[in-house]
Design a protein around this ligand. Structure first.
Ligand code: F6R
Length: 589
């Protein structure tokens, strides 16, 4: 939700272009508008270039310079207009502010500033910050003015300020992510590492309450509350440059779908000590609650089915529906918070509530250095590497594989579980050959003009229908509605007409026949039945045959949805990496 990127000491003296390139790597965080501010030594005020729309192949006419700060926006307050695009300037044009989050009390702050004659150009909450800093800097140092302003902001926010006078970038974090990159004589500030990964993998992730000042002389870390300097302990990430590049694929989404062939088996290098300790607690009777949002909530639901298979009654509660059930949490509860980014506001709220009630928090996350990581008692890092496409794919399957392994550990079958996951990787690799892709592309062409698609599945294939449908909706904007196989006939079957496409997700399991009966009922009403299953059936008009992987067949069934969504999206002219209205990490409620 909004991307921030700034540089100090640009080696090439082309800071605006460097920031533009970095913002292109962060576009997944918001693509309503973009903007860059720069200190041009020949001028006595900050220069700004900002535009609505995706950054795409944009160029900037900003002059050369060594210091610049930019932003990609996912609009919250104020429509998508050039004026509302960040950065926002104060009245003197010597302070430029960019922001990720929502200033909940911006109206009251704005009223006070209007009385003092500040002129506002945008409708955003962010512009208030620029004028507040201007006002406070009349009697205080810029550092004090920024820290004091930041303390006045209600809500979850990260701000970054380009200050003309001190030639510095000053940033504060409370709730929204910020990371600094330490290059050789160049320093970076970003919402996420891919922005500067080309230059450095030496990083420091800011904690809530941290501020940094980036200047010619380096990076200084501060505690916002006390204003005192802190020791900055950096870390080296094992991410490689190609993790943030498309590497010959037309889109990140397709690259990440294929990466699953490696990232799924990689989950077997799980921290065994952690997994065994957790499984002992679960065996000893701890309540298990799984939570997350969107795709991560479907991972929670699928894991609930895996737990049921081993006789454990786990609860799966979407984080945005967590509160009514939080009263059942006590000290003998383990909450698995599933999140790609570790920054999803609804998930964090649920986790904080669970923590308050004494639960042990296990973060099942992909990104590094997140808020969730800091809140958790244990971090199960799923190691899928940077997920750049907005739509989640490889993080989801790695989370599900990790949690599947946990369920095998609970029944003392971890080694067997690992063999199955490694085999899953091998079988998927063989299956995803040219022929499989051709069949999917031809199915996508057949469905290209459909406006409604229905999906049914039962038991573990029910959460699979939810995830499959979400991939179709997000990537192609086709309305795809998932149901448990049993549910359709209780009402929604009225919507089936001659030719209505209906996917039937199935495995060779105990409910296969029931699912096929539901398929027959739809077929009898003229529906077009598309089987996604490891077997043939007379009920299927079309079959996308998946490999028979026992209880892990569901992985292949879901990958069909990812690929179909991708090819449908491309065919219908959507941008598969950046679906409209979406942002990669939803850091607002
Ligand atoms: C779907 C998708 C979203 C996220 C959800 C949670 O493709 O990406 O539904 O899964 O916003 O995000 P994280 O996992 O970062 O908490």
């Amino acid at each position: 939700m909004c991307g921030i990127f700034g540089i100090i000491n640009d080696k090439k003296n082309q800071a605006a272009n460097t920031v533009l390139d970095g913002l292109k790597k962060l576009e997944y965080r918001g693509y309503d508008s973009w903007g860059i501010s720069i200190i041009d030594e020949g001028k006595n005020q900050i220069q700004v270039d900002k535009h609505i729309g995706k950054i795409g192949e944009a160029k900037t006419n900003l002059p050369p310079g060594k210091i610049a700060l930019g932003h990609t926006r996912w609009a919250t307050h104020g429509g998508v207009t050039d004026n509302n695009a960040h950065p926002h300037l104060d009245c003197t044009k010597k302070i430029a502010v960019i922001h990720n989050g929502i200033v909940e009390n911006y109206q009251e702050l704005k009223e006070e500033l209007l009385v003092k004659d500040h002129k506002f150009i945008s409708e955003t909450d962010t512009e208030v910050i620029a004028h507040l800093i201007e006002e406070k800097s009349k009697s205080k140092s810029i550092k004090e003015a920024i820290f004091e302003t930041f303390k006045l902001l209600r809500g979850s926010n990260a701000i970054a300020v380009l200050d003309f006078t001190s030639q510095a970038i000053i940033a504060c974090r409370n709730g929204s992510p910020l990371v600094v990159g330490i290059g050789s004589d160049q320093y970076f500030l970003a919402s996420d590492v891919p922005a500067f990964l080309k230059e450095t993998n030496k990083v420091y992730f800011l904690n809530d309450g941290d501020a940094v000042i980036l200047s010619n002389s380096g990076i200084k870390l501060f505690n916002i509350e006390t204003g005192k300097e802190k020791n900055l302990i950096s870390q080296i990430l094992d991410w490689k440059l190609e993790d943030a590049e498309k590497n010959g694929f037309p889109h990140f989404l397709l690259k990440e779908i294929y990466e699953q062939l490696k990232t799924i088996p990689k989950t077997t290098s799980i921290n065994e000590k952690q997994i065994k300790e957790l499984s002992e607690k679960i065996k000893s009777g701890y309540k298990v609650i799984l939570t997350g949002c969107g795709t991560a909530s479907y991972c929670a639901l699928a894991t609930k089915y895996f737990f049921a298979q081993i006789g454990i009654d786990a609860q799966a509660i979407p984080s945005y529906e967590f509160m009514p059930f939080s009263k059942f949490i006590d000290e003998k509860t383990i909450v698995f918070a599933i999140s790609q980014s570790g920054e999803t506001a609804d998930t964090l709220i649920a986790v904080k509530e669970a923590k308050k009630r004494g639960a042990e928090i296990i973060a099942v996350i992909n990104a590094r250095g997140s808020t969730l990581e800091r809140l958790a008692d244990t971090v199960l890092s799923v190691g899928a590497g940077p997920e750049i496409a907005v739509v989640s794919t490889k993080a989801f399957t790695s989370q599900l594989a990790t949690l599947y392994l946990l369920t095998t550990a609970v029944t003392d079958r971890l080694e067997e579980g690992k063999v199955k996951i490694i085999n899953l990787g091998k079988v998927l690799t063989k299956w995803l050959d040219v022929q499989s892709i051709k069949r999917l592309v031809s199915l996508a062409k057949r469905l290209m003009d459909e406006e409604h698609i229905y999906l049914i599945g039962k038991h573990i294939n029910y959460p699979a229908t939810l995830e499959f449908a979400l991939k179709i909706k997000e990537t192609s904007y086709v309305h795809a509605e998932p149901f448990s196989a049993g549910e359709l006939k209780h009402g929604v079957i009225t919507l089936i007409q001659k030719g209505t496409p209906c996917f039937v997700l199935a495995s060779n399991d105990e409910v296969k026949d029931e699912v096929l009966s539901s398929a027959a009922e739809i077929k009898a009403r003229g529906g077009l039945i598309i089987g996604v299953a490891p077997f043939e059936s007379n009920e299927f008009d079309v079959l996308i045959k998946t490999p028979d992987l026992g209880d892990l067949t569901v992985f292949a069934n879901i990958i069909v949805g990812q690929l179909l969504g991708y090819y449908l999206g491309v065919g219908r002219g959507a941008d598969p990496d950046k679906p409209r209205n979406l942002a990669k990490s939803v850091t607002v409620k």
